[in-house]
Design a protein around this ligand. Structure first.
Ligand code: PNS
Length: 168
C-alpha cells in the first residue's frame, strides 16, 4: 500500500492544489492532504476551517482524505506510514522554495518528495493572490472549490468588522 501526503497551508485550498491532489491520487494507493502549520505565514482561515474546506473539495476522490498536521511533517508521515510527499511546481520560484524543504525532510527521515509540474490551466493560481483579489472585492469563484470562496469571504468580512471596531 503506497501512501503519499500532499502537504500545505491550504489557506485556502485552490483549484491548483486540487489538480495536484487529483493527479497524486492516480499515482498512489492513498493520498492524505496534510493541512500543516507554516510558521512563516499567518493564515486568514483557522485550522478547522482549512480542514473542512479541503474535505469538501476532495469528497469525490475515494482514496483521498484530509488530516491536520500538528507538528513536523516528517513525524506525521512516519505516523501514518507515508513514504512520499507530493508538491506542485508552477515556476522556478516554487522550486527554489520547495527544494530546501524537500532536502530537509529527506535528511530528517528519508521521506522523498515528488514534484508534479502544475497544469497550465491553473498555473496563475496562488492562495495569497486569491485572498488579495477577494480582499479588494474581486471574483474568486473560478479559482477555488465552491466552499473555499465562501470561507474566504466570511473570514475577510469578520476581519473587516474587527478592524472597523478597532477604528483602523
Ligand atoms: O503551502 P505552504 O505554506 O507552502 O506549505 C508549507 C508547509 C506547511 C508544508 C511547511 O511549512 C511544513 O511542512 N510545515 C510543517 C512543519 C515542518 O515540518 N517544518 C519543517 C519543514 S522542512
Amino acid at each position: 500500500m503506497s501512501i503519499a501526503v500532499c502537504p500545505g497551508s491550504f489557506d485556502p485550498i485552490t483549484l491548483g492544489h486540487l489538480d495536484v491532489i487529483t493527479r497524486a491520487a492516480a499515482l498512489f494507493d492513498e493520498v492524505v492532504v496534510g493541512v500543516a502549520i507554516n510558521t512563516g505565514k499567518s493564515p486568514l482561515l483557522d485550522g478547522p476551517t482549512r480542514v473542512r474546506v479541503a474535505q469538501e473539495a476532495v469528497a469525490d476522490l475515494p482514496n483521498v482524505r484530509v488530516e491536520r498536521v500538528p507538528g513536523l511533517l516528517v513525524d506525521f508521515c512516519r505516523d501514518i506510514g507515508a513514504t512520499a510527499l507530493v508538491k506542485g511546481l508552477r515556476n522556478g520560484a516554487d522550486y527554489d522554495g520547495e527544494l530546501p524543504m524537500a532536502l530537509m525532510n529527506r535528511h530528517l527521515t528519508g521521506v522523498e518528495t515528488v514534484f508534479l509540474p502544475a497544469d497550465r490551466s491553473v498555473i496563475h493560481i496562488a492562495s495569497s493572490l486569491v485572498k488579495d483579489v477577494a480582499r479588494h472585492g474581486g471574483q474568486i469563484d473560478d479559482l477555488v472549490p465552491p466552499g473555499a470562496a465562501d470561507a474566504v469571504r466570511d473570514a475577510l468580512g469578520r476581519l473587516e468588522a474587527t478592524e472597523q471596531g478597532e477604528g483602523r
